[in-house]
Design a protein around this ligand. Structure first.
Ligand code: AQP
Length: 335
């Protein structure tokens, strides 16, 4: 709780333009969550992004674009605290402390670490390994009651809960133990080219993902090339991952149920199905893209949001950090 309201934290990495997976699994849910009920913190987690090598100029650009996409998708920066993680140094300070309350065995079990180590075998750095401690710090700094994420982040959130409980057991009720919030649909959007793998912004195959800033004709083309199967039956089953993914995407963007979607698609061929899904995605993303390009012309406004929201986030984050520093025994500051 913060100032009598439930608190909520979430974030995304600026490792590329975000995908339809990031949007349906996280961003769309954020927009639907009520900022009257929750004190909301949405961070562009640029510190996390450098666990994989980034080009500095590109990272800066992507981080700003991501922040603008948060706003363009519907997050009002007057009601939601939208900020860069690297602008609030309490994140790294708490992460260090939490590193000392997290076991190697726990970090070793994280599937994201295993996946990313396999993908970046030439750069298995310590940051990649301790990523979940920084993520725990992100969440616990704001005393978050809920964390809306896609299902792929559930394991990290469970570890955050364990770390918070461990710390609280030693020092008293310092941290709120957060709950995961999973949306109804879109919790895991799959690759359009390998539908048994999740859609990722860093996938090198451009046809595998829909990026939020893809032009309408690019979106239509990518859906046209989406991998399906050969039996020609539109059904929602695990043994038909390509078709199931298309239906999930359709339900995610149109807010329909699987039953409604199946009824709409009855008797159609795969070609028409792909076209309908592509059109629905274009209709969902077009207003977001328009707003994004408007915002990119409004530098002063975006700069103001960045400055004011970093100050607001810093205020709450430092309150928790000071409490933690005192609990673990660091000397008090002399005023
Ligand atoms: N395919 C997905 N389906 C549903 N939700 C997803 N998320 C990511 N991919 C999907 C959710 O998006 C939020 C932000 O994720 P992130 O940027 O912190 O990193 P990630 O989970 O590692 O996402 P990517 O796109 O796969 O990034 P890269 O390619 O850099 O590793 C999270 O809430 C996540 O659950």
């Amino acid at each position: 709780m913060l100032d009598g309201k439930k608190s909520l934290f979430s974030g995304m990495q600026a490792t590329g333009t975000i995908t339809l997976g990031n949007y349906l699994g996280a961003l769309k849910n954020w927009v639907e969550l009520d900022s009257e009920e929750y004190q909301c913190f949405y961070s562009v987690v640029d510190l996390h992004s450098i666990t994989v090598r980034q080009d500095p100029a590109e990272l800066r650009k992507r981080a700003r674009n991501l922040l603008m996409l948060y706003i363009a998708a519907g997050l009002d920066p007057e009601k939601n605290c939208i900020y860069y993680q690297s602008h609030v140094s309490a994140h790294t300070e708490l992460a260090w402390i939490l590193n000392c309350f997290t076991y190697m065995g726990e970090l070793n079990r994280m599937t994201q670490f295993k996946d990313k180590s396999a993908k970046h075998a030439d750069n298995i750095n310590a940051g990649l390994f301790t990523y979940p401690c920084l993520m725990a710090a992100d969440i616990l700094l704001y005393q978050a009651d809920v964390v809306p994420v896609g299902i792929d982040q559930k394991q990290h959130l469970e570890l955050t809960r364990d770390i918070a409980e461990r710390f609280n057991n030693i020092y008293g009720e310092v941290f709120t133990v957060p709950e995961v919030y999973l949306g109804k649909v879109g919790t895991k959007v799959m690759s359009l080219q390998e539908p048994t793998k999740k859609m990722s912004k860093s996938d090198e195959n451009a046809n595998a993902h829909i990026l939020l800033l893809d032009e309408p004709d690019v979106i239509m083309r990518k859906f046209k090339k989406a991998v399906t199967d050969s039996d020609g039956e539109i059904a929602y089953r695990e043994d038909k991952p390509g078709i199931k993914n298309l239906i999930d995407i359709y339900c995610g963007v149109t807010n329909s149920t699987v039953e409604q979607a199946l009824k709409e698609f009855e008797g159609l061929g795969y070609g028409v199905l792909k076209e309908r899904v592509g059109e629905a995605v274009v209709a969902e993303l077009k207003p977001i893209q328009d707003k994004f390009y408007d915002l990119s012309k409004n530098k002063d406004y975006v700069d103001k949001v960045i400055k004011e929201n970093a100050e607001k986030a810093g205020y709450y984050a430092n309150k928790t950090l000071r409490k933690v520093q005192k609990k673990v025994g660091f000397p008090e500051r002399v005023r």
